[in-house]
Design a binder for this molecule. Sequence first.
Ligand code: SF4
Length: 384
Amino acid sequence: GQCVNACPCGALDIRSEKGKVFRAISDPNKVVVGFVAPAVRSLVSSHFGIPFDEATSFMAGILKKLEFDKVFDFSFAADLTIVEETTEFLSRVAEKGILPQFTSCCPGWVNFVERRYPQLIPHLSTCKSPQQMMGATVKNHFAKISGIDKKDLYVVSIVPCIAKKYEAARPEFASGGIRDVDAVLTSNEMLEMLDLKRIAAAEIVPSEFDDPYKRVSGAGVLFGASGGVAEASLRMAVERITGNALVDQLDFQEIRGFKGIKEATVEAKGKKVRVAVVSGLKNVESIIEKVIQGEDAGYDLIEVMACPGGCICGAGHPVPEKAGILVERQQVLVDIDKTSECRKSQENSDIIRLYAEFYGTANSHLAHELLHTKYVPKNRRGGI
Ligand code: SF4
């Protein structure tokens, strides 16, 4: 049995998994895969004083220096999440399904719903979070194409988030005793691993993330800050509704930033898509109450991130030393998106290839099996 506490996002219990990861790296029988969340590069940028356009390759360099065998960018899984979640949203709209749809990519938020508002579960997207989508894809697709037995793959995610440690340990995210994600390191733990190995910043050689998930979109990178999931989803939803490519209107400024609730209404072919972005759990209750009462909350799609400002403010990052650092972290992601060759999840060529060679179509049977889940009411005192 695992220790549990009463904190809805698990942020009070910090279990370090550095030892497990060091052991896996030194085990010659394991192929150790590391994948890193978008928000971690914003921290790396401010922590090491690296400009935004070098942050991604510096990030990959850190993981290679730590001797991970394969390093992938979690923003790839953010792209996959957008394709799955937006397809689900558009089906709910077309089939007059349960709306509004709430995002399910933040385990702090999902835990809160399961414990405090289980009536809201049908409104949650059935998508797993990007962390679990990436784990399931590596353990199934990557294992298959690289001819590596699942049990020899050791998959580590590196995130700004403590709730994700609990998420990876949920029993439904394992099959036959093999977890999709074997260990979860916070950004702090990653920095500690560098210290323990006495690796200085000057020794880190910028590198590339590995195939077959090398390409990521700017939209996927935006996931690390509040509003990013909704913005990435709008970039796809509007195109699918109108049937026309979005060309110059890719930025949805009104849903970026640190306000508790942000809103956007987008008109597409006479249809309105009403979006809300909630940053910080305390801001979501008024919306939840309306939805539970069956009132029109005024929104069709609602992004919720438990941490104010999104993952750039996650509890697994070092505490900012000076004011303004969170704005700097957000700006790194915005700048990476702005200068990305591909800025839409659905246009990421590695995503398109993954569907062609493995998942088929978005929301296909296999996608449902590996990339979606069921959320269940949890006793407030018990849990995962
Ligand atoms: Fe984790 Fe906070 Fe990001 Fe949610 S918003 S996924 S709790 S870091």
